[in-house]
Write a protein that binds this ligand. Sequence first.
Ligand code: HEC
Ligand code: HEC
Length: 445
Amino acid sequence: MSRGGSQRALVLGLVWVSGLCVGAAWSQSSQRDAPPDKPSERANCDPGQCGDAESALDRAAAHPDAPPRGERLEAPDTSPRQGLSAAWADLRLLGLARAWDELLSAPAPGALGGPHLGASWRQLIDFYDGRAAFQRVFTAAEGLGPTYNDTSCANCHNAPNLGGGGADIDHGVRVHGPPWTGGDAMGLRKHAAPGFKREVGVGTVARLRSPPLYGLGVLDAIPNSDLDALADPDDRDGDGVRGVRGYRNGGRVRRPARFGQKANEWDLPTFAAGAMVDEMGLTNRLRRDARGDHDAVADPEVSDAFMRRVQAYVLLLGRPPAGATTDVSERGAEVFERVGCVGCHRATIGSGTHRVRGAYTDMLLHDMGPSLDSGIKDGVASGAHWRTAPLWGLRFRHRYLHDNRAATLDAALAHHQGEAKGASDRYRALPPEERAAVRAFLRSL
Ligand code: HEC
Ligand code: HEC
């Protein structure tokens, strides 16, 4: 079916199911006004009565710091239930009603900021519903803070549209490496609720942009073994490019990680749950606040249902669509390969059904040399270690590198030192028209 055709089918389908919802709502008017996202929602649900009481989420919550990779925090099962009232009880249908609003303004599957092309019905509903959760603005009375960076995910991830990065560094965050930890990273929160103290950095303070989130779900699905195979910590092939896996320590478990520009979180659902706490002070069943959350709102401050909606959104947010190519950009792609950019920005990663083309990353950490050294360590990452930035969607970015310091592509490449020095030197030694071809290629991504 063409894209237009499948969109129409989507809309018609939603009209049909929304009709079902409205009918069900009339028959269940007592539930109609119940706020869907309150933590009390699950507390009211007796063991065994909650459809997904034994879900991966519950198992993971029993060990908040170590959800085993592979036991993915799936959205609740959607298998058909008996009768309309049971259907209405299904949060997914509540989600549909919310998704309806979203659908009218949201990008279509495959478009920038839309869900994956080829997403199932179930996933489309989860995506559009999750997109609404991503924009939910919290207040202190609902658990925001007491210290926080912003009031919704969308406030930081919105350029050029929802799910993207921050338009400027002010929408990023500051981290600091306090002397007493030996320079290990801690996030600093910009704001404090009335009566609470703002956090002030002692020691080195560095800034991190809010990176775009498009397509991270497909990078999440790549098996660890494929990324392990790309790492070359001892530089066995002698090309000067090492590449190491990031790690996150959780309880007694040390797990390979890939998310965050320091590659310090093992999967996307856990990163999203962490962002709720770290950026918004919203405790949840997966992540407590390491500093303690001393406001008056009982923990966890967001329900599992809310957390799943946000997690589903980031998992289903599609890759940025590729731009138009020209003869020049195609020549640029060859030069990009020849000078060794692909040593880190790999055109293809993963294997089998999880092969990803066109992300131009290896999801590994590289030592980028002194000029990109933030002075702050994070897990195995030294101050100069950064995860290879995926280059897909680069044409939508106007500033480059982890702290948005570079205003031009050439400036970004001048900061490529350390393991990237060879490729960067070869690029800068190229004749001007070949450099221009590489830039044309980068702008086609
Ligand atoms: C105050 C701004 C801010 C808010 C609010 C915010 N983020 Fe982020 N986000 C960032 C920054 C900065 C980073 C980069 C962190 C790093 O590099 O370690 C980031 C990184 C991420 C990543 C990892 C990206 C990658 O490339 O690995 C995900 C996923 C993410 N955020 C999701 C969310 C979700 C979900 C929410 C809401 C619960 C949220 N963010 C709220 C600023 C923000
Ligand atoms: C040794 C690994 C390595 C090599 C080789 C390498 N890069 Fe990078 N590249 C990185 C890392 C790591 C970052 C992220 C640095 C940061 O965020 O501060 C990055 C960032 C970038 C960015 C900015 C992306 C963004 O989102 O801001 C561009 C553009 C880029 N590289 C292009 C190139 C080109 C062109 C070449 C070849 C001349 C190249 N890189 C070679 C590792 C590498």
